[in-house]
Design a protein around this ligand. Structure first.
Ligand code: SF4
Length: 435
């Protein structure tokens, strides 16, 4: 194996302890972007902010990210705005690759994303390109992106990346704008040579508004459709801001008789736990079948986390000015990399530590049998209630431990924040208190 290929090879994902290192670290290298998308988390602006991290500060951040782990450093994603609006994007890719990080970039589909730009990113060490496609037709996609011609740029860039031999991830934000287009999108995805379809579920933050969200029932239907597509496709599928997709998958697997597993293999490791703990729990056969040798995704070195990733829990986000957040959808500042190491912030910030402790969850998520594999989106909990430990507001599942309770709407705002011990049988309360 060449040196570069060895550096980019998949780490042992069972070695990642989410208390100590994220699976994925995303850096918003600039907020500048020529698009003005309806949902934009970053509320992107046309020009670069003078307060952006400098090239040297960017290099220092990359070096710190590499320090997270010798054997399983985080996947490094350069995002924006539009990363191609930064004059240093190629330098950052090259430097990250040279220190041994796997690098992905999420460029905006504009005239800047030429075949030459894609080729240059590849030459500098890019492993994967992620590009957004939010509708199966130009009308739906361009309306959402508020840019005529964006759909055409997207389709062309996907073809260029495939031709350059770069693996492609397609990101789709699911919202009221395209919920009726999901069947068409599922069919369209099968036509691309993609590696991963990443479905983002809108969180009402940035330009995304609560009225753009789909209902909890539509969530359930969309997640089931996505699972049915993923099961039969030769690409992988993941969700962002909808961790209950893992619950939907496990329920479907059990119903089909292919798993009696509770999903314990996906548990966030407790502080002090070792890699060996995870191996002895062991993933079930149906996961290993698709996962060997180092992740679910096919086609490149990026793979997938072997446990559930959630805001601040296997995931960290750094904005263009260096401020650190649990994710791009949870606007809670946890420090700044200009003053403090990202390693120190991720491991020790009190909010991030609390976010990783699912025994402190509120509402029905606290008493859920899928708590440790799902836990509900912490970003949506924060957006809807102001409390990042609140229950997921967009999940219809009623945990068995609460099924006997009549006349309670678990998605009502007071119940999202409730201590549900009072509703539980003593043996169930003791069980969830302990785990
Ligand atoms: S109740 Fe909460 S933990 Fe359980 S599946 Fe729904 S979102 Fe996940």
């Amino acid at each position: 194996m060449s040196q570069a290929a060895e550096r980019r090879s998949k780490p042992n994902f069972f070695d990642i302890d989410f208390e100590k290192a994220p699976f994925i670290a995303i850096w918003e290298v600039t907020r500048a972007c020529d698009l003005r998308c309806v949902h934009c988390r970053a509320e992107a602006i046309p020009s670069r902010d003078p307060e952006e991290l400098t090239r040297e500060q960017g290099f220092a951040l990359i070096d710190e990210l590499r320090r997270f782990s010798d054997t399983a450093p985080p996947l490094f994603v350069i995002t924006g705005g539009d990363p191609l609006k930064s004059p240093y994007v190629y330098d950052y890719i090259k430097h990250a690759d040279s220190v041994g990080l796997r690098v992905a970039v999420t460029p905006s589909a504009t005239g800047l994303l030429t075949r030459e730009a894609i080729h240059k990113m590849k030459e500098n060490g890019l492993t994967r390109m992620a590009i957004s496609l939010d509708g199966s037709t130009p009308e739906i996609h361009d309306n959402f992106r508020r840019q005529p011609g964006s759909y055409a740029h997207t389709i062309r860039a996907i073809g260029d990346a495939v031709a350059e031999g770069i693996t492609v991830q397609i990101n789709t934000t699911i919202s009221r704008w395209n919920v009726n287009d999901i069947d068409n999108l599922c069919a369209l995805m099968k036509k691309f040579g993609l590696t991963l379809w990443a479905a983002f579920f809108l969180v009402p933050t940035g330009r995304g508004e609560e009225s753009d969200e789909i209902s909890p029932e539509q969530y359930e239907e969309a997640l089931t459709k996505l699972y049915n597509t993923a099961k039969a496709a030769d690409f992988d599928l993941k969700t962002t801001a909808a961790p209950h997709y893992r619950r939907v998958v496990l329920q479907a697997q059990r119903a089909a008789g292919s798993s009696g597993d509770s999903g314990a293999y996906l548990k966030p490791r407790k502080e002090g736990g070792s890699a060996q703990d995870r191996k002895t729990d062991g993933p079930p056969a149906w996961v290993l079948r698709d996962m060997k040798p180092g992740g679910w995704a096919k086609g490149d070195a990026i793979g997938r986390a072997s446990r559930g990733v959630n805001d601040g829990n296997g995931f960290i986000f750094i904005d263009h000015q260096g401020f650190v957040y649990p994710s791009g959808f949870l606007p809670l500042r946890c420090g700044n990399v200009k003053q403090q190491s990202i390693v120190d912030i991720y491991r020790n910030h009190p909010d991030l530590k609390r976010m990783r402790d699912f025994s402190q969850l509120k509402g029905k998520c606290w008493a859920c049998d899928y708590r440790d594999v799902c836990g509900g989106a912490r970003s949506r909990a924060y957006a809807v209630t102001g409390d990042y430990m609140a229950s997921e507001a967009w999940c219809t599942y009623v945990p068995p431990a609460l099924a006997h309770v009549q006349g309670v709407n678990w998605l009502a705002s007071d119940m999202l924040l409730a201590d549900v011990r009072q509703y539980l049988k003593p043996e169930d309360a003791a069980r969830f208190d302990k785990s």
